[in-house]
Design a protein around this ligand. Structure first.
Ligand SMILES: *[C@@H]1O[C@H](CO)[C@@H](O)[C@H](O)[C@H]1NC(C)=O
Ligand SMILES: *[C@@H]1O[C@H](CO)[C@@H](O)[C@H](O)[C@H]1NC(C)=O
Ligand SMILES: *[C@@H]1O[C@H](CO)[C@@H](O)[C@H](O)[C@H]1NC(C)=O
Ligand SMILES: *[C@@H]1O[C@H](CO)[C@@H](O)[C@H](O)[C@H]1NC(C)=O
Ligand SMILES: *[C@@H]1O[C@H](CO)[C@@H](O)[C@H](O)[C@H]1NC(C)=O
Ligand SMILES: *[C@@H]1O[C@H](CO)[C@@H](O)[C@H](O)[C@H]1NC(C)=O
Ligand SMILES: *[C@@H]1O[C@H](CO)[C@@H](O)[C@H](O)[C@H]1NC(C)=O
Ligand SMILES: *[C@@H]1O[C@H](CO)[C@@H](O)[C@H](O)[C@H]1NC(C)=O
Ligand SMILES: *[C@@H]1O[C@H](CO)[C@@H](O)[C@H](O)[C@H]1NC(C)=O
Ligand SMILES: *[C@@H]1O[C@H](CO)[C@@H](O)[C@H](O)[C@H]1NC(C)=O
Length: 883
């Protein structure tokens, strides 16, 4: 079987501008699952006394499989009673999945999924002594961590397990060693350097990472020691770190490895497990999500990145971050961006800020040359420069942004020897730019216009780039807001992901010593260890009991600070579907004296609306308090284009169609220790367009004097069962989907026979417009009496809907593909799912010569899997097997 595992690049921002080309469709299987590999969960035999005699649950499973003549290969065994017992297996025959489900003691089976390695949104390697870097103070100050450090609260005695690329514990500020007594006191390498996610892991006991660096950066955010040149410190720098390495130097990880690492960490007694990784799937049900959630329920705090798919729009959450009981973490942008400045001589002007973290390595003073004297020329230097242009090698060249790529302008300048270039903005888009190998920086429009005009007027301007002392703390235009790259929820089953926000933009932290020791990254990967460290501070003060651990998310959420959707006054709060409950306030979480029993008030969709919501307020302080209740809505996320199968890509538009909230009384007084039940009756926004699947949310504040805590509500003002499951439009490729492509990659529009030799085989192409709990591809006879809901013909009802159990009545020849809990397709990066057909059934048996169709069925969200009417379905054109 041909397999290409396509990885979504985290942090992508470019929308699909036009229709994609059909020829870009890969003629392979591109689902993010590993072919023929499954994780099986079995029941705990020790709970059934009569079964103990039959051996371990694993032996019983294997025995039962052998009895059923199922051939399999064991990769991993899981044995965590109360959490997860099972194994990961390769099957020779995928069709045996149904058979395995029938075996004694088997609770469930899922395909093994792959998760991309975390890709930072921004990465800069830093050398010791580089000036002008942010210290960790700004992020510690905005969250109250500085005040906790001042009180000596630094996470002592707390064990944090990090599942990542490993840790360079040789780093002097990560303790300089490995094993008991060191900061990195333990862990394990589950995969080895060469693991790519497509080969066999080669475990060893040493989780040292000197090739990737991501995990070393994460470890520094949790626990870097203070006293370094950069003045950074981890959130919980006296906590003990255990490093579980689940990525090799490159590639992805399969979730059977993640599950292994999670159980290993839990068994080793970690108080907190943290994972800065994930892949979009939109459901809470993947094995690694379920195991993470159970570990969290058993009293270990689990923090997981929400992921960096914000550009892809709503309903695009990642596993394992979707774990119901874990803390899924969003990122907020720093309030300042560390930039550099250049100095100007020949004219009077303040130092000019340029968009780079580090000084441009240009020594000395260079005269300025402008490629155009006219600052309104929009395509400045897009064409070769005039022959009259001087040798530019000794100049700093000034050029206007616009029309063509930076690379093209810079190449035209380089043609005359120029390679120190100031590009001035053509608007207010001052942000990081990609100039490849050229030595070029972006400056703001007004600075560039000034320089160009002075040059045109004949001024002899020169510039220099101070190698130290030129640092500028530039106010971030998005400072304090949720980072646009943060993935949006909710999950397809309307769980509250992300749960909370922590600083994740522009974070300076430790990096492997051979790679330069320090680096600057942005991403939810950075926000997640911040939460893990914050959790350590909570446990170190409140004690590490399972009750404290289980209550930590509620404590963090109740005391978090809701974040606005913009810096413009009067704009609503950002949707809770991206920020969760707000920016974490660790000091308040620990020293607050009002608690809420519940902080995630999930109203679900209109078909499953969860009426009035009750939560309990308790005064845990020493004084009498009088509380008032108030409601502040967040912007309602308009998640789909009206009447369309297309999701709104990020930043997801917000509307002011708010929910309204009433309470059982507005004001109450509590003695120390006393509690009060609040009933909030939330009415979804009225008059909204349900075809946009609006996600409404907001905050219910409980305020006494200067203390304010809140619960966050979230619901969908539509029925999710009405969401189109499968794209049946020509929006993306200009041809109707789903489609059967012939061996040339063209849509098959008449009968074709295939030999299945070489490339001569058909491919099924479809897009999930929304996630599905169950996707099925079956081979059916070409004369089947069935009309797909998506085939553009008058529908024939072959069964009456809603009579239950109609699903299995469709006669099929054999299964091709079954995928549970499949996420929707991305509009930004990967536009479709594909499945290359073979001339064998999933059980390896050759399909006899004959004519067939493919039946694709996708269960709608909240649909009944036994009811055919709850599936969208499509029948392919006839194709012949002539192999
Ligand atoms: C499973 O398939 C592999 C590879 O085709 C083969 O070597 C092995 O013998 C098969 N196992 C069984 C039990 O059929
Ligand atoms: C680190 O902090 C010290 C004391 O506050 C200060 O003097 C020094 O300039 C800081 N260094 C950097 C690189 O910010
Ligand atoms: C600036 O140039 C870019 C690239 O050509 C273009 O997309 C953008 O619209 C321009 N902005 C303004 C304000 O002209
Ligand atoms: C940039 O420079 C690096 C290192 O010299 C080289 O490997 C790479 O190919 C160059 N890239 C381009 C686009 O020239
Ligand atoms: C431009 O200068 C930089 C820094 O000196 C150098 O690394 C790069 O290779 C040069 N690029 C070109 C295209 O000459
Ligand atoms: C731009 O202005 C400078 C200074 O006045 C002059 O030397 C140069 O020739 C002008 N360039 C063009 C293309 O007119
Ligand atoms: C929302 O309702 C669906 C359908 O009953 C259910 O499967 C899902 O778990 C509910 N979500 C939450 C968060 O309760
Ligand atoms: C496909 O093969 C069948 C059986 O050999 C034959 O009857 C039919 O004409 C063939 N169709 C095409 C389009 O070649
Ligand atoms: C394989 O599956 C096909 C289709 O379901 C079935 O007809 C065939 O008997 C199966 N072969 C084996 C060896 O089980
Ligand atoms: C299936 O059809 C192909 C092409 O016509 C032929 O070569 C092959 O012998 C047929 N196989 C069987 C089992 O009839």
């Amino acid at each position: 079987m041909k397999v290409a595992i396509s990885l979504a690049l985290l942090g992508a921002t470019s929308a699909l501008a036009a229709k994609a080309s059909l020829s870009s469709v890969k003629r392979v299987t591109n689902l993010p699952i590993v072919p023929n590999k499954f994780i099986v969960e079995v029941s705990d035999a020790s709970e059934i006394p009569s079964k103990r005699a039959l051996g371990t649950p694993h032996e019983q499973l294997y025995q039962s499989l052998r009895e059923r003549k199922i051939s399999f290969n064991v990769h991993k065994e899981y044995d965590a009673p109360g959490v997860f017992i099972g194994a990961s297996l390769s099957l020779n025959n995928t069709q045996d999945v149904a058979n395995i489900l029938k075996a004694d003691g088997v609770i469930g089976i899922q395909p093994v999924r792959t998760f991309p390695r975390p890709v930072p949104v921004l990465l800069k390697k830093v050398s010791l002594g580089d000036p002008g870097l942010p210290d960790s103070e700004s992020t510690h100050i905005t969250t109250g961590v500085d005040k906790l450090h001042a009180k000596g609260i630094t996470g002592k005695g707390i064990k944090i397990g990090i599942l990542d690329t490993g840790t360079d514990y040789t780093h002097p500020f990560l303790g300089g060693g490995f094993g008991p007594g060191f900061k990195v006191a333990g862990g394990f390498d589950l995969v080895g350097d060469d693991y790519t996610g497509e080969n066999a892991p080669m475990p060893d006991p040493d989780p040292l990472d000197q090739c990737s660096g991501h995990g070393t950066h994460v470890a520094g955010i949790v626990g870097a020691n203070p006293g370094n040149e950069f003045n950074i410190s981890g959130v919980a720098y006296d906590a003990t770190i255990f490093s579980y390495r689940v990525f090799g130097c490159t590639g992805v990880v399969q979730d059977d490895v993640l599950v292994d690492a999670l159980l290993m960490g839990a068994k080793a007694g970690m108080d907190i497990l943290t994972m800065s990784l994930g892949g979009a799937d939109g459901w809470t049900e993947s094995v690694s999500s379920v195991v993470s959630s159970r570990i969290a329920a058993s009293g270990t705090i689990v923090t997981i990145a929400a992921s960096n798919d914000g550009a892809s729009g709503a309903w695009f959450t990642s596993s394992p971050g979707n774990a119901i009981n874990a803390i899924s973490v969003a990122s907020s942008d720093n309030t300042v961006i560390p930039l550099q400045s250049l100095t100007v001589s020949g004219v009077t002007h303040d130092p000019i800020t340029y968009y780079d973290t580090f000084p441009l390595p240009v020594v000395g003073t260079l005269p300025l040359y402008a490629t155009s004297n006219d600052t309104t020329v929009v395509d400045d230097a897009c064409n070769p420069l005039p022959a009259s242009t001087p040798d530019l090698s000794g100049f700093a060249v000034l050029v206007r942004r616009g029309t063509c790529t930076f690379a093209q302008k810079l190449a035209n300048i380089a043609a005359f020897g120029g390679n120190t270039t100031l590009i001035y903005d053509n608007g207010s888009g001052f942000a990081a730019i990609d100039v490849g190998n050229f030595s070029a920086v972006l400056i703001q429009a007004e600075d560039g216009v000034f320089l160009a005009q002075q040059f045109a007027a004949g001024a002899h301007i020169s510039v220099s780039f101070p190698q130290s002392g030129g640092a500028v703390q530039f106010p971030a235009p998005t400072g304090g807001l949720v980072s646009t790259f943060t993935s949006y929820g909710p999950t397809n089953d309307v769980f509250f992901k992300p749960a909370i926000t922590a600083p994740g933009g522009n974070i300076l932290s430790t990096f492997p010593v051979p790679l330069g020791s320090w680096a600057l990254f942005s991403g939810t990967s950075m926000a997640t260890p911040f939460m893990a460290g914050s959790a350590a501070l909570v446990l170190s003060v409140k004690g590490k009991s399972p009750a404290v651990a289980r209550g930590a998310r509620t404590l963090f959420q109740s005391t978090a600070k809701p974040i606005s959707s913009s810096l413009t006054d009067g704009d609503p709060f950002q949707t809770a579907a991206q920020q969760g409950a707000g920016l974490v306030q660790v000091f308040d979480a620990i020293f607050g004296t009002t608690t809420l029993s519940r902080t995630e008030l999930i109203l679900n969709d209109t078909a499953h609306f969860a009426g009035p919501q009750k939560f309990t307020v308790q005064n845990t302080g020493k004084t009498v308090k009088t509380y008032t209740l108030s409601h502040v809505p967040a912007g309602t996320a308009v998640t789909f284009e009206a009447g369309s199968i297309l999701p709104e890509i990020g930043p997801v538009p917000l509307s002011t169609d708010f929910a309204s909230v009433t309470f059982n009384g507005g004001k109450f007084t509590l003695q120390p220790g006393q509690s009060h039940d609040v009933v909030a009756t939330i009415t979804p926004p009225k008059g909204v367009d349900a075809t946009t699947f609006p996600v409404y949310s907001g905050f219910i504040f409980v305020t006494s004097g200067t203390e304010s805590v809140h619960a966050t509500y979230l619901g969908v003002a539509a029925s999710l069962k009405n969401a189109h499951s499968v794209d049946d439009t020509d929006e993306i490729f200009g041809v109707d989907l789903p489609a059967l492509l012939d061996s040339q990659g063209n849509v098959q529009d008449g009968p074709v026979n295939y030999t299945f030799v070489g490339e001569d085989a058909p491919t099924v192409v479809w897009r999930q417009a929304f996630g599905t709990p169950l996707l099925l591809l079956d081979l059916v006879s070409s004369d089947i009496q069935f009309t797909g809901t998506l085939n553009k013909r008058a529908p024939i009802s072959f069964t009456s809907p809603h009579n239950g159990g109609t699903f299995a009545k469709v006669p099929t020849v054999g299964p091709i593909l079954q995928v549970p809990w499949l996420g929707r397709n991305d509009l930004v990066e990967i536009p479709e799912y594909t499945e290359l057909l073979e001339n064998t059934f999933a059980n390896g048996t050759v399909i006899p010569n004959g004519s067939y169709k493919v039946l694709l069925r996708s269960l709608r969200v909240t649909g009944d899997p036994t009811n055919e009417a709850d599936y969208e379905s499509w029948l392919s054109p006839v194709f012949g097997v002539a192999a």
